[in-house]
Design a protein around this ligand. Structure first.
Ligand code: FES
Length: 105
């Protein structure tokens, strides 16, 4: 699956990820050398994998309560905000635009 990632400087790059191996978006972002801390390792406990799904959010389904709890604790979050660790890579992400929102590291 192919999607676009916008980094903290506003630069957009295409990212290709396998959609049949069960990876999370957080894992793919880290593997692609984006600065995602993911301190909790994908447990929906740290919110350092905060991203905005600028385009392509519709097919993703709703955030879980655990995810929403973390997002609501952030100093700033948006209707498009999600935790990248809670998004499973699938063909739904084809053409999506994902903006990094984690702390600059
Ligand atoms: Fe901690 Fe996603 S990696 S909430």
């Amino acid at each position: 699956v192919n999607f676009i990632v916008e980094d903290n400087d506003g630069n957009r790059q295409p990212v290709e990820a396998p959609d049949d191996m069960g990876f999370s978006l957080m894992e793919i972002l880290k593997a692609s050398d984006y600065p995602v801390l993911a301190t909790c390792g994908g447990m929906a406990l740290c919110a350092t994998c905060h991203v905005e799904i600028l385009e392509g959010k519709d097919g993703l389904g709703d955030a879980t309560d655990a995810e929403l709890d973390q997002l609501e604790n952030l100093p700033e979050y948006f209707p498009t905000s999600r935790l990248a660790c809670q998004i499973r890579i699938s063909d739904v992400l084809e053409g999506a635009v994902i903006k990094l929102r984690g702390e600059d590291v």
